[in-house]
Each structure stands twice: as structure tokens, then as C-alpha cells.
Design a protein around this ligand. Structure first.
Ligand SMILES: [Zn+2]
Length: 215
């Protein structure tokens, strides 16, 4: 069952209070109608009835998909022990457990798993796209505003690297990425039970650690 509750919220635009519904957990198998709102991020969008401005409230959310076998903790906070314990049987059944810090990470993660993709493969593909953009286009790393997974079709993944005024798309065959991950499975190992954060910073950190001299 999904769980929601009513909260009193002060509109950041007009300062007036209103009541709105936030979701604390979503079981998308039981509440299929919530899926589109999650995929778009609109599940976090709220409309002030006084000034009619809409804005995001990012409350902590547990998201569960029993068909695709994954569970997400959406919050900037570490995953509570209670949620870790709750997820233990799912971890043992092979569910992917992940944390998402932002709504953007959340919607991207949903898209990745919806496409039956491995998110480690996707992050490596995003990293390779970023490096290629910097190396071949003489781009400046600081100009890059986002690296976004788009979709996978016929085993080729599309990644968009965006800068302030322009964007570039990269098409990356996933076979090579999967091979690279298989060959270095220790490097890409995750503590799945603890809801690891698998994002751009995570993969950059892996490559930085590799560059460090061994003691
Ligand atoms: Zn308002």
C-alpha cells in the first residue's frame, strides 16, 4: 500500500497557508495511476490555491516497484535504519536498492529501470560521454550543466551532455560498457543492502581513487 498524509504548508511565494497531500511511500504495483506522476517528478509538485503558483516539496519518499524489483529512498538524508531493515528481505530476493538525492535523480533512475537497464552501466556511459565531450570537443568541464540519460534502443544508449547554450547527444553501445564492468567487477561493487547512491559523483569518485598512488 502507498502511504500519504495531509500537511499544512506555507506557500513560499505568497506566504499563505494551505493543505496539501504528500506521499511517504509508493507501491507502484498497487497504485499504477501514480506511476506517470513519479516518472515526471510531478508527485512532488504542489499548487498553492491562493496565488496559483506551483512548486516542488521534496519530502522523503520510499518508492517500490515489485515488477521491476527495485526500491528507492528519495532524500538528501541517509537512509533510516528502519527502511534498511524493511528492505532486507527484498535485498535477499535480488531487488536493487538505491538512494536518490534529488527529484531529477529520481526520475532518471525510474527511466533507467523502466528500460531494464543497469544503472551502473548507465553511469559509466554518462561518464564516457562527459570525457568524450571534454576531450574531442575541447569543451570545458565547468561549462557542463548536466549529463542526462535519455533512453536505450537496440542496445544503444542515448546520453545528452548539456552546456548553458548548447547540448550534444552521444549514442553508446552498451555491450562495451557491460564488458568493462564485468572485467573490473570489484571496482564497481556496491553495498546494495545500504541503498548506495549510484550517480555521477559516485563514478567520478571511483576514477579519482584509481588515480591515487597505492600505499
Ligand atoms: Zn501562494
Amino acid at each position: 500500500m502507498s502511504k500519504s498524509r495531509e500537511i499544512q504548508y506555507t506557500c513560499p511565494y505568497c506566504g499563505k497557508e494551505f493543505q496539501t497531500t504528500i506521499y511517504e511511500s509508493i507501491n507502484v504495483k498497487e497504485d499504477v495511476d501514480l506511476k506517470d506522476n513519479c516518472m515526471s517528478g510531478d508527485i512532488f509538485k504542489h499548487l498553492c490555491p491562493h496565488c496559483h503558483t506551483d512548486f516542488m516539496i521534496q519530502n522523503p519518499l520510499v518508492y517500490m516497484d515489485h515488477d521491476l524489483k527495485f526500491m528507492l529512498w528519495v532524500s538528501t538524508e541517509d537512509v533510516p535504519e528502519q527502511v534498511v531493515q524493511l528492505a532486507k528481505p527484498l535485498h535477499e530476493k535480488g531487488y536493487k536498492l538505491r538512494r536518490c538525492e534529488t527529484i531529477q535523480q529520481f526520475t532518471e533512475k525510474l527511466q533507467i529501470f523502466e528500460d531494464h537497464m543497469d544503472d551502473i552501466v548507465v553511469e559509466l556511459g554518462k561518464y564516457d560521454s562527459f570525457i568524450e565531450y571534454i576531450d574531442n570537443r575541447q569543451g570545458n568541464p565547468e561549462e557542463v550543466t548536466s549529463i542526462e540519460y535519455q533512453y536505450t534502443k537496440d542496445d544503444v544508449m542515448k546520453i545528452n551532455v548539456r552546456c548553458d547554450d548548447k547540448g550534444l547527444s552521444f549514442l553508446i553501445p552498451i555491450a562495451g560498457l557491460e564488458e568493462e564492468i564485468r572485467a573490473q567487477s570489484d571496482r564497481y561493487a556496491l553495498d546494495n543492502a545500504r541503498f548506495p547512491l549510484v550517480d555521477s559523483n559516485w563514478i567520478i569518485q571511483l576514477f579519482l581513487e584509481e588515480d591515487k598512488p597505492l600505499n
